[in-house]
Design a protein around this ligand. Structure first.
Ligand code: NAD
Length: 336
């Protein structure tokens, strides 16, 4: 029987996960929540999927939007809630999930402790089985973990130092910046990204971060000390074998930057230019004994979509890791 899923927080991440759930043959989307009537609420209402807080029913009535029920009613109808509310709001909902005995998947904006278990498919899929609460790590952490768990499995990872060049805002976020600055954020070292990696992969890692005026993607400049000496070809072979990592040969493809990566996603017909794959610039891969350098790009709005789908299969024991990756990636059209 299909696992019944609710999406709480129907924004950047929530709407993508909702659409991905609809594409799975072992999951059923029962409803999404909105706290304010807007165009997304209208779309959900037309499909009979709109659930709202009880104290907001009147607002939706005034906006002439039909609702299928209250948020509390939704949580009682489903097996799992994907909580994609803004960072920090998910923890406020946890008591409600506990009250109704429903499982929940939090996002990277929540602290690890909220779920007590942080998830990334390539690293710890099997450990999510039977958990009530799981947290899918953030976009940057997902990008780092796809790389590091692949390298760790093949060669062992001794130490990681990385700089995260973060996008200033998502494309629709008109009130965020910077518009004309490069902002060390945080200015104190290390940044939280490496600390977050360690909630999944216990490795010596330190990261720094700067925010730049772009909306499209993040870029990571990564330096890894491996446990054994490797050749560049071995690294390329390992990354080529791994799912969800796309090696981009910049010279022959002409894709030399994040703008062109996003243009490629558009030309591939990806909805909202979503690029679920971690994009590694192939020519940036450089090896010296045990030391590896590379640069990679993360489409922040979409990279965690496949991991949210896998997290449901992992929690409910619906499929093996390999089977889940195959089903998720085929349904979303990943090329790697
Ligand atoms: P968002 O602001 O785009 O969407 C959040 C949605 O939740 C909005 O529709 C908002 O109206 C709704 N909401 C607000 N308060 C609510 C409440 N009390 N109850 C129900 N719904 C409520 O945010 P987002 O970017 O989708 O982020 C969601 C989570 O995903 C955060 O934890 C974030 O850190 C994480 N995340 C974001 C990105 C990204 O780049 N946007 C990437 C990975 C992970």
């Amino acid at each position: 029987m299909a696992v019944k899923v609710a999406i709480n927080g129907f924004g950047t991440i929530g709407k993508r996960v909702a659409e991905a759930i609809v594409k799975q043959d072992d999951m059923e989307l029962i409803g999404v929540t909105k706290t304010r009537p807007d165009y997304l609420a209208m779309a959900a209402s037309k499909r009979g999927l709109l659930y709202v807080p009880e104290n907001k029913l009147e607002d939706f009535k005034k906006a002439d939007l039909e609702v299928a029920g209250t948020i509390d009613e939704l949580f009682q109808k489903v097996d799992v809630v994907v909580d994609a509310t803004p960072g920090g709001v998910g923890k406020e909902y946890k008591p409600l999930y506990e009250k109704y005995g429903v499982r929940a998947i939090f996002q990277g904006g929540e602290k690890h402790e909220v779920a007590g278990f942080s998830f990334s498919t390539l690293c710890n899929y099997d450990d999510a089985k039977d958990k009530q609460f799981v947290r899918v790590v953030s976009c940057n952490t997902t990008g780092l973990l796809r790389l590091l768990c692949t390298l760790n499995k093949e060669f062992g990872v001794e130490r990681v130092r990385a700089t995260i060049v973060r996008r200033g805002a998502d494309p629709h976020e008109t009130k965020k910046g910077p518009i004309d600055a490069i902002v060390p954020n945080p200015v104190t070292l290390p940044s939280h990204h490496g600390i977050d990696v360690r909630t999944v992969l216990p490795v010596d890692i330190a990261t720094t971060a700067v925010v730049v005026p772009t909306t499209l993607m993040h870029v990571h400049v990564v330096n890894v000390i491996l446990k054994e000496e490797v050749s560049r070809d071995q690294v390329i072979e390992a990354l080529n074998k791994a799912p969800r990592i796309l090696l981009v040969p910049t010279k022959i493809s002409g894709i030399k930057d994040t703008a062109k990566l996003i243009e490629m996603a558009r030309d591939m017909g990806r909805k909202r230019h979503d690029l679920y794959e971690l994009a590694v610039f192939e020519e940036s891969i450089s090896v010296n004994g045990k030391e590896l350098f590379l640069m990679q790009a993360v489409h922040q709005e979409s990279i965690v979509t496949p991991e949210n789908v896998d997290a449901i299969r992992a929690m409910f024991g619906l499929a093996t890791k390999e089977e889940s990756i195959r089903k998720t990636d085929e349904s979303l059209g990943l090329v790697r």
